[in-house]
Write a protein that binds this ligand. Structure first.
Ligand SMILES: C[S@@+](CC[C@H](N)C(=O)[O-])C[C@H]1O[C@@H](n2cnc3c(N)ncnc32)[C@H](O)[C@@H]1O
Length: 371
C-alpha cells in the first residue's frame, strides 16, 4: 500500500468534514487508520499536536475516546467544531441562518488588525468590511453551534478572498490573484458544511480538545498516540495562520502569544544555546535551531512515554537547513530509544526539496515508538 500519499493533506481536502478547513501541514485519516489497525487500541488515542483534528476524527470514527492538544487557539477551535455532533435542529438552524445571513446588513463595528501588518493590505475594502460584518454576525447567532460553524466557514475562506498566498513559511502578497467575493465563498463553504453534516456525519464519542503545550503536558492518559509534530522547516504557524488567528481571537496580538508557546521549529532571534540532547550536540553547535527543536521533541517524547500505554507514531519530515541534510526521523528514533521506547521507521516516502541552489531528496517518515 502506498501510504506515502497519506502523509499530506491532499486527500483530506476532498473528504467530508476533514475538508472544512484547509491545513497544508495536516495529513490524511488513512494513515491514522493504518496505525490504529497495527496498535489495536480498544479505548483511547491521543494527539499532542492535534492541528485541525485528523487523528481525533479518525479516532472518533473508530469508536475510540480521542484526546488532542495544540498551542494554536485556531487549531483547537477548528478541531472542536469538526469533532462536535450536530442535531437535525442544528442543521435546520444553520440553513435558516445562512438564508438570512446578509439581510439587515449593518456597518461592522469590529476593527480587524494583525500583529505583523494591517489585513487591509491583503483584502479589498469591500472584502475587509464583509469579513468584519460576518465575524460580528457569527457572534450574534443564538444557536452557539451554528455560530461556531459560521465562524469556521469565514476563517476557512480567507485565503480565497484575499490577494495573498501562503508560500512555505510566509504570507506573500499577490495582487494579480483573482479573489472571490466574500459572500460567495462564505455561502459555498457553509453549503459544503451543511451537506457533509446531512450526508456523511462522523459518529462516535466526542473528542476532547484542549489548548496546551505538548512540551509540558502530562495531564491525560491514552493507549496510543498518533501525531505529526511541526517539521524542522522554518514554518511558523503563528505567522502562516496569523490572519485567521487574529480574526478568530479578535486580537491583534494572538499570533505573538502563540509563537512563544510553539515548538521551536523555526529560526528565532535569540537561540537558547544550551540543554541540547546528546544525540545532536555537534549538530546544534553549527545549527542552534536544530538543537532547540530536538530539545523540545525530547520533552514531548518523555511526556508521551508517561501518557501512553503502548507508545505511538510520529509522521515527520527530514530537513535541509543551510545545505545540511538533517535526518530528523533517525534522530527522533535515537532519542526515543534513550527514553525507553523501541523505535522503528517502517514507512517513508521520498520527495524532492528545492533547496536552492540544489535539489535534494528528503524523506517523510512514520517513526514508531513502541513501549
Ligand atoms: C504538523 S501540524 C499537525 C497537523 C495534524 N496532524 C492534522 O492533520 O491536522 C503541527 C501542529 O503542532 C502545533 N504545535 C506547535 N507547537 C506545539 C506545542 N508546543 N504543543 C502543542 N502543539 C504545538 C501547531 O500549532 C500545529 O497545529
Amino acid at each position: 500500500m502506498d501510504l506515502g500519499n497519506y502523509f499530506t493533506f491532499e486527500i483530506s481536502k476532498d473528504l467530508p468534514v476533514h475538508r472544512w478547513f484547509y491545513y497544508k501541514e495536516g495529513y490524511a485519516p488513512q494513515i491514522v487508520n493504518h496505525f490504529i489497525a497495527e496498535f489495536q487500541p480498544k479505548q483511547s488515542i491521543f494527539d499532542p499536536f492535534a492541528g485541525v483534528g485528523t487523528t481525533l476524527l479518525a479516532g472518533k470514527a473508530k469508536g475510540l475516546k480521542a484526546i488532542g492538544i495544540d498551542v494554536s487557539p485556531l487549531a483547537v477551535f477548528v478541531s472542536q467544531v469538526k469533532c462536535a455532533d450536530y442535531s437535525t435542529k442544528d442543521i435546520q438552524d444553520a440553513k435558516e441562518e445562512l438564508k438570512n445571513a446578509f439581510q439587515e446588513r449593518k456597518e461592522p463595528t469590529y476593527i480587524w488588525d494583525f500583529e505583523l501588518f494591517s489585513p487591509k493590505k491583503f483584502f479589498s475594502k469591500r472584502a475587509y468590511n464583509d469579513i468584519c460584518f460576518l465575524r460580528e454576525r457569527a457572534e450574534e447567532i443564538e444557536n452557539e453551534k451554528v455560530g461556531a460553524l459560521f465562524l469556521l466557514a469565514l476563517l476557512s475562506v480567507l485565503p480565497q478572498v484575499g490577494f495573498f498566498i501562503k508560500d512555505g513559511g510566509v504570507l506573500r502578497e499577490q495582487k494579480s490573484k483573482s479573489a472571490m467575493p466574500v459572500k460567495d465563498a462564505f455561502k459555498r463553504k457553509m453549503k459544503q458544511i451543511i451537506s457533509d453534516l446531512e450526508s456523511s456525519p462522523i459518529h462516535g464519542q466526542i473528542p476532547e480538545v484542549r489548548l496546551a503545550d505538548a512540551r509540558n503536558f502530562t495531564d491525560a492518559s491514552a493507549e496510543i498516540f498518533i501525531t505529526s509534530p511541526p517539521y524542522l522547516n522554518n514554518i511558523d504557524y503563528s505567522k502562516v495562520y496569523g490572519l485567521e488567528l487574529s480574526l478568530f481571537e479578535m486580537d491583534k496580538n494572538a499570533s505573538y502569544r502563540m509563537r512563544n508557546q510553539s515548538v521551536r521549529s523555526f529560526i528565532t532571534k535569540e537561540p537558547q544555546r544550551s540543554g541540547y540532547p546528546e544525540e545532536v550536540e555537534e549538530l546544534a553547535a553549527r545549527l542552534p535551531v536544530a538543537g532547540e527543536y530536538f530539545a523540545d521533541m525530547e520533552k514531548v517524547l518523555k511526556n508521551l512515554y508517561k501518557i501512553s500505554e503502548h507508545g505511538g507514531v510520529f509522521i515527520v519530515g527530514n530537513s535541509v537547513i543551510r545545505e545540511e541534510h538533517i535526518l530528523v526521523d533517525e534522530i527522533l528514533a535515537k532519542i526515543g530509544e534513550r527514553i525507553g521506547f523501541e523505535c522503528t521507521i517502517p514507512l517513508y516516502m521520498e520527495r524532492t526539496a528545492d533547496v536552492r541552489p540544489a535539489k535534494v531528496k528528503v524523506r517523510e517518515s512514520a517513526v514508531v515508538f513502541k513501549k
